[in-house]
Design a protein around this ligand. Structure first.
Ligand SMILES: *Cc1c(COP(=O)(O)O)cnc(C)c1O
Length: 438
């Protein structure tokens, strides 16, 4: 009988995260103060983020970082997530390629985001912080952080990108159900929001506007810190639990991936699945391809430029050396809200510059076509974000069919789309559009 799913024993769930910064051939460039341009150290970030996260952010020394016992215990409540051989999809494509996916959609909140939310909420609680603010696009990060905050007894306030707040009302309900306060961004509740709305009254919001508002609220609320769900290096670090598990599970399957695909918003799920494998490329010269798949409507990796830029619209964050479309870039209203971000994390930006990874972009309609085929052949409705990874893999699997190549393809199913059905309705009714970048 063919084995379809691979799980780990509880004792095999990672006890440490993998910190690729310590092993990169070229380290990421330093981050700089938004006002003075001075190089920033961990202490300079303490007022904004959990202190341990600030140290992790700039740690270029330790290859392995211990997962706190309490966080690991919470991981075991839903991990390991299954590694799945996509026999159904392979058959539907009639490809000689072997396709595997790591199913992060089985987390309680439906996406990989919880892996970092639990860690961040834990560290904040440890430090005696009582309130946390954040931004969210589609609502996946907001839902994860709201739940993690609840578990650790923190109050959460979430700014949700306005267009997503309208498109995905049920993620707002989820956050509210977990006890978070949710505000559509840009809003009139912050200086940054007011400035944006004064300049552009019908602004639909972006992750950049929501981040500005969340940081401002954190800075003006006592005992409150801010938490980010992607882009930053400590978030990518926490997500490596995905790839570390996948590495062991691929071994159980008796194969090793030739190519690894993940949707790309700020880089956290890509980093999570890719970095533990990339370790063997860096240290042993293993020839694996790592492919980030981004939307044509927000193509920072394929069309952005490498430069110092702000992580948010108002310019509150440190200046980050990254691939960016410009911090005032306003992406079209694609349904993959989690990918509507102007920049890429500093680690992935450096890796792309150094040729250790690749990037491709896909159109919205191709994403939904791929997601439909995946749903029909595997029975899982993917998040529109995850549909990007699937579109990338399908394209490659069809090339393999032509050439006869028996490649082993692995992708990360970052989340399910059961709360994104409005998007699928639009697709099914034939009203969906592509949004090439203007
Ligand atoms: C947030 C999100 C993404 C994109 O963010 P990354 O940090 O690039 O991973 C992709 N898929 C899902 C399901 C998400 O929630």
């Amino acid at each position: 009988m063919k084995q379809k799913r691979f799980f780990l024993e509880e004792s095999q769930i990672p006890k440490q995260w993998y910190n690729i910064q310590a092993e990169m051939p070229n380290k990421p460039l330093p981050i700089k103060h938004p006002g003075t341009g001075a190089v920033m150290g961990p202490e300079d970030l303490y007022p904004i983020f959990a202190e341990e996260c600030c140290r992790q952010e700039l740690n270029q020394k330790d290859v392995w970082i211990d997962i706190p016992e309490k966080v690991r215990e919470m991981y075991t409540y839903y991990r390991s997530t299954p590694l799945v051989r996509a026999y159904g999809l392979e058959e539907a494509l009639d490809t000689p390629a072997h396709i595997y996916f790591k199913n992060e959609s089985v987390s309680p909140v439906g996406s990989h985001k919880l892996n970092s939310a639990l860690a961040q909420a834990y560290y904040l609680k440890q430090e005696g912080v009582t309130n946390v603010t954040t931004e969210t696009g589609a609502g996946q990060w907001g839902a994860a952080l709201s739940y993690a905050a609840r578990l650790f007894g923190l109050e959460a306030a979430v700014y949700q990108v306005k267009i997503s707040y309208q498109q995905k009302p049920y993620r707002r309900s989820m956050m509210q159900l977990f006890g978070a306060q949710v505000t559509a961004s840009p809003s009139m509740s912050t200086r940054a929001g007011k400035d944006i709305l004064t300049a552009t009254p019908n602004h639909q919001g972006s992750l950049g506007t929501a981040i500005s508002e969340a940081i401002e609220l954190a800075q003006t609320t006592p005992n409150c810190k801010y938490s980010l769900g992607s882009v930053l290096s400590h978030v990518s670090l926490h997500q490596t639990v995905i790839g570390l598990e996948a590495e062991k599970q691929m071994e159980m399957a008796g194969e090793y991936p030739d190519e690894i695909y993940a949707a790309f918003g700020g880089g956290s799920n890509f980093s999570g699945i890719a970095f533990p494998f990339m370790r063997h490329t860096i240290n042993e010269g293993r020839k694996t391809r790592y492919i980030a798949v981004e939307p044509t409507a927000c193509p920072k990796l394929t069309k952005g430029k490498f430069d110092y830029d702000f992580g948010d619209e108002a310019g509150y964050t440190p200046l980050l050396p990254m691939y960016t479309l410009g911090h005032d870039f306003r992406p079209a209203n694609i349904h993959a809200g989690g990918l509507r971000y102007h920049g890429a994390g500093v680690i992935v930006s450096q890796l792309l510059k150094d040729g250790l990874m690749e990037a491709m972009d896909v159109e919205q309609l191709d994403v939904f076509k791929a997601a439909e085929l995946f749903a029909k052949s595997e029975g899982i409705i993917p998040a529109p974000e995850s549909g990007h990874a699937i579109a990338g893999v399908i394209k490659r699997a069809l090339e393999c069919k032509k050439s006869g190549e028996k490649k082993v393809l692995l992708f990360n199913l970052s989340g399910h789309g059961l709360i994104d059905m409005t998007a699928y309705d639009e697709y099914l009714s034939g009203n969906m559009m592509n949004f090439p970048m203007k």
